[in-house]
Design a protein around this ligand. Structure first.
Ligand SMILES: Cc1cc2nc3c(=O)[nH]c(=O)nc-3n(C[C@H](O)[C@H](O)[C@H](O)COP(=O)(O)OP(=O)(O)OC[C@H]3O[C@@H](n4cnc5c(N)ncnc54)[C@H](O)[C@@H]3O)c2cc1C
Length: 517
């Protein structure tokens, strides 16, 4: 059956979008897919919160706009920044109406502060804002009978004119692996929405879960959809040095907001010599400051000293960090926390208009996989959950209108071919996939990380090309698996990041090439 809408991704952007459309029109059929279970994605790991102007005695939308533009280093789209900041309260109130709870101080929402913000404006739920949002949206989305949720389904490719017998210059849905059935199914749809999140897993050390492999970006690239600002990868300055149960654990900026200091082993607050704002400078500056410090000392980490934060506050405001640190023998507030920068957020992505539509008709991108113009060269902390809410709303309104217009007939969608899986030799010799994935992550970390150079980019390009050739061969010879799909996307996006980085000729925001210093 032809779906009205296919939404690929169940983080804050995909769920918000699906809820909005279903609320407006209970007759539209909406299929919602996630690669893992509904919960897994960047959203549920968000700690800090959502940036919204609430305290009008001290704060204003003008100040939030100014902070966003400043962090973006002159590369934001001012019109986008203005409407996102101005629409923030409406979207936040809807989220609360859907069941999301934020921390309160008496009757008012408690406001935190993070790097780059001139006022307290981060609404949050303890240090587990993302988990709470994910749970609230999961519950809400399941109340709509016209939404079909398919977990453990992997987007392989978008269906476009490349597959269609008659060319209509649109997106017509997607080919998807049903992991349980081990088969590739065609889901045709009038509108397709990519809400597939970021690609932090391109790097050896990332705060993102391992499924963040840029699949939506890879599929859009193969569909020849324009992408921009991919080399603007934000590194979070403070991830815990030691992995916890195999995962990188983030220490939210909010800890520095309430007095956490960045120090060397000799207790020197080294960030003060990098920027007058010290540990609360925007993320790019702090991440580079930490990496620079690490490069010139023996230890491969710096210390986050939270001894000025009372134990009671640690336990009430940062219970997850408190517990996690304790589980690996760090007793807060007495013990300092060893921290390192980690790949965190993709400022770039699929180029979209003010309603989140890409340049291919019928294909929308929302959330971290999109490039809306909000973040410019560097995202201001806690602006990404906000961006997802605002653009999910705008995209939903636009799609509702688009579905009223003449669209290809049901017969046209039915005539689209099934996935062509013939031709495989079904060798299934895929033991090399994890080895190549690790190799790619090492190359990206070493040569395309916080600090780059013209030479390091050139070397990375050659090595990534070799991996591309191997992956291409696997792809042609083997039955497609989830892991192979991920690697195929990772290698394409790594290549694109390098090519776009080579075209940049100045340092801006998170992008830093030694040769332009
Ligand atoms: C540790 C951490 C802390 C953060 N803290 C904050 C914060 O405090 N404030 C803030 O504003 N931002 C924060 N961020 C960033 C923010 O959480 C993300 O940018 C945002 O949640 C992204 O939402 P999304 O809906 O775009 O994607 P995600 O939440 O990443 O969801 C992606 C979805 O796409 C699906 N998917 C991916 N590939 C495929 C495929 N091939 N097939 C099918 N489905 C697929 C996944 O299964 C998942 O459902 C943080 C991020 C991290 C990692």
């Amino acid at each position: 059956m032809v779906q009205d809408l296919l939404v690929i991704g169940t983080g804050i952007s995909g769920l918000t979008f699906a809820i909005k459309v279903a609320e407006q029109n209970p007759n539209y059929s909406i299929t919602l897919i996630s690669k893992s279970d509904i919960n897994e994605g960047n959203t549920r790991y968000a700690q800090g919160g959502i940036a919204v102007v609430r305290n009008l005695k001290k704060d204003s939308t003008e100040k939030h706009i100014e902070d966003t533009l400043q962090a973006g280093d002159g590369a934001c789209d001012p019109e986008v920044v203005k409407f996102v900041v101005e629409e923030a309260n409406q979207r936040l109130n809807e989220l609360i109406h859907w069941g999301m709870e934020f921390d309160k101080n008496k009757e008012k929402l408690h406001l935190g502060i993070e790097g780059g913000h001139s006022e307290k404006r981060i609404v949050h739920y303890k240090d587990q804002t993302g988990k709470q949002i994910q749970q609230a949206l999961n519950a809400k989305v399941k109340t709509f009978p016209n939404i079909t949720l398919l977990e453990n389904h992997t987007l392989v490719d978008l269906i476009t004119d490349h597959h269609a017998p008659v060319k209509k210059n649109r997106c017509y849905g997607a080919y998807v692996i049903s992991q349980e059935q081990e088969e590739i199914v065609k889901i045709s749809s009038k509108i397709t929405v990519l809400s597939t999140g970021g690609a932090g897993s391109l790097y050896a050390y990332s705060t993102n879960p391992s499924i963040a492999t840029g699949d939506g970006l890879g599929a859009a690239y193969r569909a020849k959809v324009q992408m921009e600002r991919l080399p603007f990868v934000q590194f979070h300055p403070t991830a815990l040095r030691d992995k916890v149960k195999g995962n990188v654990f983030l220490i939210t900026e909010a800890v520095r907001g309430v007095g956490g200091k960045l120090c060397t082993a000799e207790q020197e607050e080294f960030m003060l010599s990098e920027d007058p704002r010290g540990a609360l400078a925007p993320r790019d500056i702090v991440a580079r400051g930490i990496q620079k410090q690490i490069n010139k000392q023996k230890e491969k980490f710096v210390w986050l000293d939270g001894s000025s934060i009372p134990k009671k506050q640690w336990k009430s405001e940062f219970p997850n960090i408190y517990k996690t640190c304790l589980s690996i023998g760090i007793q807060l507030p007495e013990d300092p926390i060893p921290v390192v920068p980690a790949a965190h957020y993709f400022c770039g992505g699929i180029k979209v208009n003010h309603h989140s539509e890409s340049q291919l008709k019928g294909l929308y991108a929302i959330g971290e996989c999109s490039a809306t113009g909000l973040h410019g060269a560097n995202r201001l902390a806690s602006n990404s959950l906000l961006e997802a809410l605002v653009f999910a709303h705008r995209a939903a309104l636009d799609c509702l209108k688009a579905l009223q217009k003449p669209l290809p007939s049901d017969a046209f969608y039915k005539a689209l071919p099934q996935w062509d899986g013939e031709g495989y030799s079904k060798k299934n010799t895929l033991d090399e996939v994890p080895v190549l994935r690790k190799k790619l992550q090492e190359i990206m970390t070493r040569s395309v990380g916080i600090f780059k150079s013209t030479q390091s980019l050139q070397q990375a390009e050659e090595k990534i090309n070799d991996i591309y050739l191997e992956v291409h061969q696997f792809y042609n010879q083997n039955k497609l698996t989830n892991d192979l799909c991920e690697l195929r996307n990772m290698v394409s996006i790594a290549y694109l990041i390098i090519k776009q980085a080579q075209e940049l000729n100045e340092n801006k925001g998170v992008f830093y090439n030694h040769d332009y210093a």
